[in-house]
Design a protein around this ligand. Structure first.
Ligand code: GUN
Ligand code: ZN
Length: 425
């Protein structure tokens, strides 16, 4: 058995229920699951023979971070500034995704992407690949080699994008079907149905995607929704007969409790009702929304409508893969609207809420019997962070300091199923 001792352990059972252990430990059983989480004094007594690692007096152990919306190839152009969404896609995102048609470029890029995820403490992600099936398979293989959990699919598009990225809908769907058959049983890397967004989809693509969605209703479906006003106007023009943007998805039977809709800044009441009815999740991507100037998402409005929300980095429109940075952006976006999120709520959004949205019942929270997916942050070399952690009077404030001040280089260890997928040394 393996045991990790940390100065603080934080985990959320819900947005309002924070568990904290000061001088805590996490013991991993032979089944790779959490056998014990609690005070080190108790853990030592129960498991004296475990192989113990002490992460030191400025360490924090938390559930692994969950990124519910990220674009793999866009790791190459993250931080490309100066445009709003539709121009940004044309000028930066599509050209980056095109390059992944080349196998050598893809293999190199995926290594960088997988390493960046693991070294950011992310253990589980919902990933948009590029449109190439071969490149998507090599991405899945790379994420598998790293030992990460992910939902991955080729980006389906059959219009309004550069030629090599689009192809006949029937060919794309039959390719996706093959990929699904091959990867369906994998314990960590799951195939996903990824439709870029409505403007890049013909009616035929929507209908064929709907068929495959009915057949594989347990897979994660990912798409974008109501991110900018310009995009919404375009959707209205392309699909005038549907009541609204969300209805284009629901009328094609694409929504269920495994559907993740990225952004949703400009959702109307009727659209929220539809999302609630189908128990689909909205993935808020605050760093991206700020960077592209897309708008201010109201977490309060969406929550009050009964729709589940989790967070996504949306790299490359988002500027960081490190989910505490994304949580900080979420805090700032809500603060601008007079709504101040608690640190427990922020941690929940990047851990348990993400696992729930991805249908993963046995991770996202640290508790006996759960998968041992966790991250260790180390503030020892950073006196600003370590002093704030040491001197905070309340755990809520300590957690706020960790989420607001930490960055990727504080990640010391990332584990999935108790196995290290990234170790800083
Ligand atoms: N809408 C359609 N495609 C994209 C994308 O790649 N990034 C973002 N932020 N929005 C999109
Ligand atoms: Zn996106």
């Amino acid at each position: 058995m393996i045991a990790h001792r940390a100065r603080w352990i934080f985990s959320c059972q819900s947005a309002t229920k924070l568990d904290v252990w000061e001088d805590g430990c996490l013991v991993i059983g032979k089944d790779s699951r959490i056998a014990f989480v609690g005070p080190t004094s108790q853990g030592h007594k129960k498991y004296p023979k475990a192989q113990w690692t002490d992460h030191g007096k400025s360490s924090v152990l938390m559930p692994g971070f969950v990124d519910c919306h990220v674009h793999g190839p866009q790791i190459d152009m993250v931080g490309s500034a100066g445009q709003t969404l539709l121009r940004w896609l044309k000028e930066f995102a599509y050209p980056a995704e095109l390059k992944y048609q080349n196998a050598a470029h893809a293999n190199k890029g995926w290594k960088k992407f997988a390493c960046a995820l693991a070294s950011s403490g992310t253990t589980h992600a919902a990933v948009y690949s590029t449109s190439s099936l071969e490149a998507t398979e090599s991405l899945m293989a790379e994420l598998d080699r790293w030992g990460l959990r992910a939902h991955v699919g080729p980006v389906l598009m059959d219009r309004h994008a550069p030629r090599p990225l689009i192809g006949p809908a029937s060919r794309q769907i039959s390719g996706l079907q093959q990929l699904i058959k091959k990867w369906k049983q994998h314990p960590r890397i799951k195939p996903s149905i990824v439709l870029r967004f409505v403007p890049t989809s013909t009616k035929t693509l929507l209908e064929l995607t709907s068929k495959i969605r009915q057949k594989y209703s347990d897979l994660i479906f990912q798409s974008h929704l109501a991110e900018t006003q310009e995009e919404i106007k375009w959707v209205k023009k392309l699909y005038p007969k549907h009541r609204n943007y969300t209805a284009v998805y629901s009328d094609h039977e694409l929504l269920n409790d495994r559907s993740l809709l990225g952004h949703g800044i400009y959702l109307e009441r009727d659209e929220l009702k539809l999302l609630k009815k189908f128990r689909s999740s909205v993935i808020h991507c605050p760093s991206s929304n700020l960077f592209l100037g897309s708008g201010l998402f109201s977490l309060k409005k969406v929550r009050e409508s009964g729709v589940a929300v989790a967070l996504g980095s949306d790299v490359g429109a988002g500027t960081s893969l490190f989910m505490p940075s994304v949580a900080r952006s979420a805090y700032e976006v809500q603060a601008l609207q007079g709504h101040f999120l608690s640190s427990a709520e922020l941690l929940w959004l990047i851990t348990g809420a993400g696992s729930k949205a991805l249908g993963q019942k046995d991770s996202g929270t640290l508790a006996r019997g759960m998968a041992a997916d966790f991250v260790v942050l180390d503030g020892a070399y950073d006196p600003v962070l370590s002093d704030r952690m040491a001197n905070a009077k309340k755990h809520e404030d300590r957690l706020a300091a960790i989420l607001m001040l930490s960055h990727q280089s504080h990640v010391k260890l990332t584990c999935v199923d108790g196995k290290s997928v990234y170790r800083r040394d």
